[in-house]
Design a protein around this ligand. Sequence first.
Ligand code: FES
Length: 150
Amino acid sequence: MIRSYLGNLSRARRKFTNSSIQRHGHIDPPKPGEELHVTFIDKDGDKHTFEVAKGDNLLDIAQANDIEMEGACGGSCACSTCHVIVQDPDVYDKLEEPDDDENDMLDLAFGLTETSRLGCQVKMSPEIDGIVVKLPSMTRNMQASDFEKK
Ligand code: FES
């Protein structure tokens, strides 16, 4: 009885693992003629421009190209370590509005600005082709140790 239960459980687990694996920082190259462009300004002020595909988010693009963006929560909108500052307010206005979860996390971001967003929540689209984002000089990663008395 237990064996057959475990057997069923094992088969169920196998089904679960059939879904595709999401790798952080993995992006596919854009199709020819559909390239979009994004520029990151790093903490030293250096610019890095990439050709990317529609639907890629800024966290994955940064991590795939060794741009220093931590992404501590893996893009689940539960930290602020992917904080970026959109340089052009007109481009910022073309982005979808941040939802409540993103706004909550942005409130915790170091150096919040009027055009701040979480990189993991910004997906590339033709409307924002050429977007330029700056990485803040610091990010804040809330950990249990942050709340310990010193
Ligand atoms: Fe944590 Fe974007 S990686 S909110």
